[in-house]
Design a protein. Structure first.
Length: 298
């Protein structure tokens, strides 16, 4: 495996990949992973909800650098969707996903049925109070409980050495890290940088919902966050910069702005300024599509 000199370019697998196996049950998953282990391989897991795009394949490539057998789970997790969210219509394309994963160098696709992930009578949930209740958690109650629960299940089912999550879902990454630390799950959590279109829009399966007019406005989310980060790094107060960011998004044509927040990059508490790492996070709607994004404070 080679890591390219330009860090924006995903690493490339040098060896021909042996093809993609598909498993659907936890016992088949464990059998495959046990075989990889017997062969002396390091296992990487990339959890996804399918509808895979270049951003997901970048996670696979990242996993191929830190592990030598990569399993990708594709499961549209019902417990992380609110009652009025898009669970029923969330894009699903297993055949297309499998083709992209094979081309991207993944070795194993785990595509469980809902009753395998949540057996009849299943009641246990993993909650991450505090970190899971703010920002996205405040606007999508129960979202991070659904995420932490399914990720805990996937990590326990596969027991990989390392699992890769995108920085695009920055709060999710921190919630998963906290959960893994608190529950002593012996898996290293790796963060992979956000992949963007040429105009700055972060790749997301939900971008498919945008109309042509909304798609033209959508990159302003990234540029506004970048400008907010720039403002606070030049000494503007976080509250003023957040207000300016929200106003700018509305002027750009966003229908509603859930939040623009300047936070500590590790705890997501209000940012205390340097030397603490800062992160600017936002969620805003364009018509019926809700977009999220985040950037570091330089
Ligand atoms: O980021 C996602 O696609 C999902 O939240 C995850 C981590 C696969 C859990 O369902």
């Amino acid at each position: 495996m080679t890591v390219p000199e330009d860090p924006s370019e995903p690493p490339v697998a040098q060896h021909p990949q042996p093809g993609l196996d598909i498993v659907r049950t936890v016992s088949d998953l464990r059998r495959k992973i046990a075989r990889f282990r017997r062969e002396g391989h390091r296992i990487g897991l990339v959890p996804t909800m399918g509808a895979l795009h270049t951003g997901h394949i970048a996670l696979v490539r990242h996993a191929l650098v830190v592990a030598d057998r990569v399993c990708v789970s594709v499961f549209v997790n019902p417990t992380q969707f609110g009652p009025h969210e898009d669970f029923a219509v969330y894009p699903r394309d297993e055949a297309g996903d499998a083709t992209k994963l094979a081309a991207g160098g993944a070795h194993l696709l785990f595509a469980p049925a809902p009753e395998d992930m949540y057996p009849p009578g299943d009641t246990c949930r993993v909650t991450v109070p505090g970190l899971g209740d703010i920002l996205e958690g405040a606007f999508r109650p129960g979202f991070f409980t659904g995420v932490a629960t399914v990720v805990a299940k996937l990590l326990i089912q596969a027991l990989p050495d390392v699992a890769v999550f995108g920085e695009k879902d920055y709060q999710q990454l921190l919630v998963v890290r906290r959960m893994v630390r608190d529950l002593h799950i012996p898996v290293r959590i790796e963060a992979a940088p956000t992949v963007r279109e040429a105009d700055g829009l972060a790749l997301s399966s939900r971008n498919a919902y945008l109309s042509a007019e909304e798609r033209a406005i959508a990159p302003d989310l990234h540029w506004t966050l970048t400008a907010v980060a720039d403002r606070v790094s030049h000494g503007h107060g976080p509250a003023d910069a957040e207000q300016w960011g929200g106003d700018t998004l509305v002027k750009a044509g966003f229908t509603t702005v859930d939040y623009v927040a300047v936070r500590d990059g590790e705890s997501l508490e209000p940012w205390a300024g340097p030397p603490r790492p800062g992160r600017v996070l936002a969620a805003a709607r364009l018509g019926r599509t809700r977009l999220i994004d985040n950037v570091p404070v330089p």
